[in-house]
Design a protein. Structure first.
Length: 289
């Protein structure tokens, strides 16, 4: 572990290696092709806006941040390999370190793309886990600011570098990637983390992004299959899929199959909504999602 350097923050453990991934240019190209990038909304002070960068959430479990739940996409081969390498490093520091089971990918196309001051202290996070940040592409300043003291540390993140954010980092510090007029090249950031099961937190429900009420996406009412669709657009959207269900030995009243298609539709829209809110949504809005 002598290639990681302690950044000497007064109230947190932060380790940095500036050249962890030697073949960082090749790794950047592979990941940029494999990852399905999207612009995802966030909620700030009650207002919903698009993030000022492209993102993708990949992993084993849902993750909630900035007021929205995100369902994970499947792991790519390259991301799995990177995760396994980092997991071995963490186990050298902490033998029983929790498994890194998710990664939030960010793409900053230019210096105009940024991420504001924040802490990764969401309830979905395993507090006993390091957060591992991998940088590829353009060098950008990574700023730590203490929440109570006048302490500020700037780390220029080189391509191929890795930051380990450990004990008390999220509790005591905010971090950010500010805008930079000097940067014209793109950058990819991978933030690996350990996310808890909702059951581990005593919460198996997901929060609807529209009505803000909890619902269990895998458990629709048993009579959902007998309930007619409430608008023509939704019926048209699912009609073909439900006909296919009949051909596979199911039928159009098979609520389990309908629920499966519903979950796929939610993931495609990058949003989490309960069925009641989806049915209430105007057709024009749905078509623009």
């Amino acid at each position: 572990m002598n290639f990681f350097v302690d950044q000497n923050l007064s109230d947190a453990e932060v380790l940095y290696c500036e050249d962890f991934f030697k073949s960082h240019e090749k790794l950047y190209r592979k990941l940029d092709k494999e990852i399905e990038w999207e612009v995802f909304p966030i909620r700030i002070f009650g207002k919903v806006i698009n993030q000022p960068r492209e993102t993708s959430y990949i992993g084993d479990k849902p993750y909630k941040y900035s007021g929205f739940d995100r369902l994970p996409k499947e792991w790519t081969k390259t991301l799995k390999n990177v995760r396994n390498i980092l997991q071995k490093i963490l186990e050298q520091i902490q033998p029983n370190h929790p498994k890194l089971n998710s990664v939030l990918c960010n793409k900053y196309k230019t210096g105009d793309n940024y991420i504001g001051k924040h802490s990764d202290d969401e309830k979905d996070m395993n507090s006993n886990s390091y957060i591992v940040s991998v940088s590829l592409g353009a060098t950008r300043d990574f700023i730590f600011e203490h929440k109570r003291k006048k302490e500020k540390i700037v780390i220029p993140l080189e391509s191929g570098s890795v930051v380990l954010m450990g004990k008390n980092c999220q509790k005591n510090y905010l971090h950010s990637i500010p805008k930079s007029k000097k940067v014209n090249e793109p950058r990819i950031n991978l933030t690996f983390r350990s996310v808890l099961d909702r059951e581990e937190k005593g919460d198996s429900n997901i929060l609807c992004n529209m009505c803000r009420k909890k619902f269990i996406p895998k458990d629709f009412p048993e009579d959902a299959g007998d309930e007619p669709f409430e608008d023509e657009e939704l019926e048209k959207r699912y009609g073909q899929a439900l006909d296919l269900s009949s051909g596979l030995g199911g039928n159009s009243d098979d609520w389990m199959y309908r629920n499966e298609m519903w979950l796929k539709e939610q993931e495609r829209l990058w949003k989490i909504m309960c069925r009641k809110c989806w049915l209430k949504m105007p057709v024009k809005v749905k078509n623009n999602l």
